[in-house]
Design a protein around this ligand. Structure first.
Ligand code: NAD
Length: 519
């Protein structure tokens, strides 16, 4: 490697490839209710982000394996879509119970592969579990509409029917929650599913497949394939896949939305974010600072709803030194350590990218109030750690503002008025989430009505809706027509059939053919 001149990110990539070993356990696929070893020659080493040890090898499924998964899903669809809604509900009850019982095991897998703290990993599972619990209400969620008497002896009603084979492509940052946004909603409506998890942490989804087996899903209803671009292209192009759910970065999300739509599929695509927290001088200082620190640095900032930009309005800027002091106190270590507040970033490449973005802010004139780049974590010296970092006096042209950093970095700004803050938020292309901290109802109302963002929190730093609502990121953070879970999720995974029927006694039957439209 030393003979060839490589960029530092290329060197990191090579180091990872050579670290692989034949004795490492492999991650299986799940096809037709069986765990299947891939015959591929292409394997991806998966590293524990806290130590960089290889813990499993993930296959890039071959075309034949991916075809087998879609064929299983297609074969399962006729019987599954005709199963009674009550029988699907019963399986969901069992599935949700099994997830609860396996919460700690799922969380341990997430912490090992993704790096977040164990307690945060349980939160990851819980937020997915809540979607499964919501799916248990399918008997009322999938109701159609009826209007009797739309003409003489005539009634119209609608059914919400499944589409067929659906697919889900997921990111690394919520290895349980985001797959659970997808396949439970799809299958409880009577669809079948082929999932393609992030190649960086598929372990939680594989445990969920064991639980699907135990819950009694029939073979082929849920399947899992693995890989990167080839598997994504396969899903976008396969004629038997009717709908694609995607969550991940802008680059992949726009590509999948366009390629899938071009092939006639429904696509819902949740993408990147830059979420602003607006701090008014009348806010409750204690709860605002606590909220900001938790929402900016929790999960090492690797959340699409992380509050990664703070806008201090007027005198609220006086709280900045205290914010820095609180951020300094967070404990950065492996997610398995009991006192960890934040764990490592997913990969050395992610760490390098985050550090480069911090430096770009410094070079552009931002003030580095807290620098987490050179943190040393005792016992985990090889991990991808970055400590809490605060860049102040950032302006909207700086790269550290225009790009999603996806690390434990808070960029902050000072403005004079609420209008100034709203203008900044609305000029940003993303529309995932935002929060305002204030004790004034009129200020809160003005902000919620005038900011063009899909999810707004008032004194709530990460306003992710529970599954009786939908996850409604907007503008640059979303492509599609129907959002994830809740009512919109049901609409995404169903199509409507409208039936108009006439039942008329023989005495009322006319013998004259109707050749004209009724007037
Ligand atoms: P990613 O886009 O790198 O990966 C997501 C999925 O797409 C993976 O399964 C991956 O294999 C595949 N993929 C990656 N690059 C691809 C490409 N060029 N072509 C085709 N497929 C590709 O995303 P990530 O790094 O795993 O996740 C982090 C991103 O996800 C962040 O931008 C974050 O904001 C976003 N995210 C958004 C939401 C939301 O609801 N809006 C939720 C979680 C994460």
């Amino acid at each position: 490697i030393r003979c060839i001149k490589l960029t530092s990110s290329q060197s990191l990539h090579f180091a990872r490839c050579f670290a692989s070993s034949a004795n490492i356990p492999t991650t299986k696929m799940f096809i037709n209710n069986e765990f299947v070893e891939s015959k591929t020659k292409k394997w991806i080493d998966l590293h524990n982000p806290a130590t960089n040890e290889v813990i499993t090898r993930v296959p890039e499924s071959t075309t034949a394996e991916m075809e087998a998964a879609v064929a299983a899903a297609k074969a399962a669809f006729p019987a599954w879509s005709k199963s009674t809604v009550l029988s699907r509900q019963q399986i969901m009850f069992r599935f949700q119970d099994l997830i609860k019982k396996n919460m700690k095991r799922l969380a341990a897998s997430i912490t090992q592969e993704q790096g977040k703290t164990l307690i945060d990993a349980e939160g990851d599972v819980l937020r997915g579990l809540q979607v499964v619990e919501h799916c248990c209400s399918i008997t009322s969620l999938q109701l159609g509409e009826t209007l009797p008497g739309i003409a003489k002896d005539m009634d119209t009603f609608t059914f919400r029917l499944p589409l067929g084979v659906t697919a889900g492509i997921t990111p690394f940052n919520f290895p349980a929650m985001i797959p659970l946004w997808m396949f439970p909603m799809a299958v409880v409506c009577g669809n079948t599913s082929v999932m393609k998890p992030s190649e960086r942490d598929p372990g939680a989804l594989m445990i969920l497949m064991e639980l699907c087996q135990e819950a009694g899903f029939p073979p082929g209803v849920v399947n899992v394939i693995h890989g990167r671009h080839d598997s994504v292209n396969f899903i976008c192009d396969h004629p038997d896949i009717r709908a694609i759910s995607f969550v991940g970065s802008d680059q992949a999300g726009q590509y999948i939305y366009e390629r899938g739509s071009k092939n006639g599929k429904r696509v819902q695509s949740n993408m990147g974010a830059k979420n602003h927290g607006v701090v008014m001088p009348d806010a409750n200082k204690e709860s605002t600072l606590t909220s900001l620190v938790g929402a900016a640095f929790g999960a090492a900032g690797q959340r699409c709803m992380a509050l990664s930009t703070a806008i201090f309005v007027g005198e609220a800027k006086q709280w900045i030194p205290e914010l820095v002091e609180r951020a300094k106190k967070l404990k950065v270590t492996a997610g398995t350590e009991p006192d960890a507040d934040l764990g490592p970033l997913i990969s050395p490449e992610a760490k390098k990218r985050v550090c480069d973005l911090i430096q770009s802010g410094v070079d552009a004139g931002a003030k580095l109030l807290l620098d987490g780049r050179n943190i040393k974590v005792k016992g985990f010296e090889k991990g991808n750690f970055v400590g809490p970092t605060i860049l102040h006096n950032v302006n909207p042209k700086m790269k550290c503002y225009t790009e999603e950093i996806f690390g434990p970095v808070l960029v902050s700004m000072e403005v004079d008025t609420l209008e100034d803050a709203i203008n900044i938020v609305n000029a940003n292309p993303y529309g995932n989430g935002t929060a305002i901290f204030t004790t004034n109802g009129a200020t809160a109302r003005k902000y919620t009505m005038e900011c063009d963002v899909g999810q707004v929190g008032v004194n709530v730093p990460i306003p992710v809706p529970l599954p009786m609502f939908s996850f409604t990121g907007s503008r640059g953070s979303f492509r599609g027509d129907q959002n994830f879970y809740g009512k919109q999720g049901i609409q995404f995974y169903t199509q409507i059939k409208t039936v108009t029927q006439m039942w008329r006694g023989e005495d009322a039957v006319s013998s004259r053919p109707a050749t004209n439209m009724p007037v």
